[in-house]
Design a protein around this ligand. Structure first.
Ligand SMILES: Nc1ncnc2c1ncn2[C@@H]1O[C@H](COP(=O)(O)OP(=O)(O)OP(=O)(O)O)[C@@H](O)[C@H]1O
Length: 563
């Protein structure tokens, strides 16, 4: 299906508002045309009556056309106002719909498929591209539909008075409404596509630079990065200049054609007057209405232009949304049952596009309530276990079960109900300590929050801060030290109190004493049936677990208890 057909399907729920908006837009334009049409006639007829002596003046009924002029003026204002309200409301609703639709499709792809995209690019697609797709009704469909309907009416009405003037009007409207906008769009197509691609790259670059500004400075690359962005900006500006020049030229040409057509219509009407087939009062009426008719084709070059942008934006959004999720969604989602034992049998797992198996012939059994340390060299496959458990990635060989349910029949939401993770690459949210704790457990009382902070050895720090739980931690927790941030993540997990807790290097960045206090408090506070899987390179931490499993080249080996 083409991007436009797919957009047409998405736009269906707002078709009633679209239709009302179109009717109002047509009313406003017709009222504008009627206003100039009637005013032109009224002025000329009044002047002729004025020159015709007292009998003609008395015979001339000024009131009826004056009422008509007021009617058209009022309808024009009201219809334009209501049209703005209805069409903008429809547009905002449509944008919301496009965003909700794309989010629904993107969510199952996280994080494996989305990890292959640049975050700035994703942000741009999700914000600007969906915004542009949402403009398709207001900025493209509405002007085209309104122009088509109004032009037919204008030409028909003009034809009732002068066939030749109607022909001139029809030809000029066709030229300004289709040929000039099409030619402009064709000439600027390359620049339009370039802008889309370059903006795409620039936004992704900008996001990366903002996130890694410190690292760029450490590497002494800040100036070259600045220059790189400035160059991209220059390219985009040059493309924009070209488009604006073409659009300005098209507008000029349309104005010239509109004026020439009004002059030609006046000349033809004058000829008809001399031939006795048209009254003198109709001459300015046709000239003025000829000018008014061009109002509806004015926005069309910009509409053609935007059509190109919408096509590019829709293609980009659909391209991301159509990617199949890395892990197929189970037809029927199962729920693990007690006891929540984890069992891998001859498991083989390879990351997409990777040459090597991250896990191979892996056998592992962890019973609920056990405290197990996972040790082993870097790259052995320890963190891969988390990716598998949360169904971020799929396994290709062997079997895996959790709580007597095949892992292929569960999804991340189900697993998150049973497992809490303190990951190596954790993320804290902008805002306060309280907000971050509430995200983990929206129903947590203040007392429970303090207890979780106590266990995570962060209560002393929080108490010492004047704002306490409302202490702001900055974007990603930048106002906290690495160790404090990690302990806040531990507090989040404690607050959730899941049946399983996976700690990936929980004490990294902590001094020996805090490390001991943290682990002791954690082990003492957790209910005995809580399973702990602790991934660590630290022998002291591994020694606190019931048993140690060594991970080597994607296989699990029992290594007994640490001394
Ligand atoms: N997203 C990914 N795509 C492709 N390969 C990956 C991905 N993540 C990990 N790998 C590969 O899988 C293997 C196991 O990685 P994993 O992260 O599980 O190691 P680890 O034991 O946790 O290492 P560390 O102790 O350094 O965290 C490595 O060879 C790694 O290169």
């Amino acid at each position: 299906m083409t991007p436009f057909l797919r957009l047409a399907v998405l736009i269906k729920p707002i078709r009633r508002e679209m239709l009302i908006g179109l009717v109002l837009a047509v009313f406003a334009s017709l009222a504008n045309f009627g206003l100039l049409f009637l005013s032109g006639w009224l002025l000329a007829a009044a002047a002729i009556a004025g020159l015709g002596g007292i009998v003609a003046q008395n015979a001339f009924n000024i009131f009826l056309p004056a009422v008509g002029v007021r009617f058209f003026a009022t309808v024009r204002i009201l219809a334009r106002y209501l049209e703005r309200v209805v069409t903008h409301d429809a547009t905002l609703r449509f944008i919301g719909q496009v965003r909700a639709w794309s989010f629904e499709r993107l969510a199952p792809q996280a994080p494996a498929v989305l990890a292959r995209q640049r975050s700035g690019d994703m942000l741009f697609r999700f914000v600007s591209d969906t915004d542009r797709m949402g403009q398709v009704y207001l900025e493209v469909m509405l002007p085209f539909a309104a122009a088509a309907i109004c032009c037919v009416v204008y030409v028909t009405v003009t034809g009732l008075f002068s066939f030749s003037a109607a022909l001139v009007l029809a030809a000029s409207l066709l030229l300004c409404g289709t040929i000039i906008p099409l030619a402009t769009a064709k000439l600027s197509a390359k620049a339009t596509a370039q802008i889309s691609v370059q903006q795409d790259i620039m936004h992704a670059d900008m996001a990366e630079i903002l996130q890694g500004m410190g690292e760029f400075m450490f590497l002494g690359a800040a100036n070259s990065v600045q220059k790189h962005i400035a160059d991209q900006q220059t390219n985009i500006r040059l493309c924009r200049q070209r488009i604006l020049l073409l659009q300005g030229g098209a507008r000029c040409l349309s104005t010239v054609i509109g004026t020439l057509s009004a002059v030609a219509m006046l000349a033809l009407a004058t000829h008809a007057y001399h031939a006795g087939t048209l009254s003198a009062a109709c001459l300015p009426m046709l000239a003025l209405s000829g000018l008014a008719a061009f109002d509806v084709v004015g926005p069309l070059p910009a509409a053609w232009q935007l059509l190109g942008h919408v096509r590019v934006a829709a293609r980009r959004v659909f391209a991301v949304c159509d990617q199949p999720p890395c892990v197929p969604v189970p037809a029927v989602i199962a729920s693990p049952v007690q006891a929540l034992d984890l069992c891998f049998c001859n498991l083989g797992m390879r990351y997409p596009e990777a040459k090597h198996w991250a896990l191979r012939h892996a056998n592992l059994l962890i019973r609920q309530g056990e405290h197990v340390a996972l040790v082993g060299p870097s790259g052995a496959g320890k963190s891969t276990l988390i990716n598998l458990l949360f169904r971020f990635y799929d396994y290709q060989k062997g079997t895996a079960s959790f709580g007597n349910v095949d892992l292929k029949n569960v999804d991340a939401d189900i697993m998150a109900q049973h497992i809490g993770v303190v990951a190596q690459d954790y993320h804290l949210f902008q805002g306060s300590i309280r907000r971050n704790l509430m995200i983990a457990n929206p129903n947590a009382t203040e007392e429970k929050m303090w207890r979780a902070l106590q266990i995570a050895q962060l209560a002393k720090f929080t108490h010492a801060e004047p704002a306490g739980l409302d202490t702001l931690i900055g974007e990603g927790g930048v106002r906290l030290s690495g160790g404090q941030a990690r302990r806040l993540v531990i507090a989040q997990v404690v607050l959730r109190a899941p049946a399983w807790i996976i700690l990936d290097e929980p004490t990294e960045g902590l001094d020996a004493q805090t490390e001991q206090e943290l682990m002791a408090a954690l082990l003492a506070a957790l209910p005995p049936q809580t399973t702990i899987m602790c991934i660590t390179h630290n022998p002291a931490v591994a020694g606190l677990m019931d048993r140690i499993v060594r991970v080597e080249e994607g296989r699990f080996h029992e290594a007994g208890r640490a001394p």
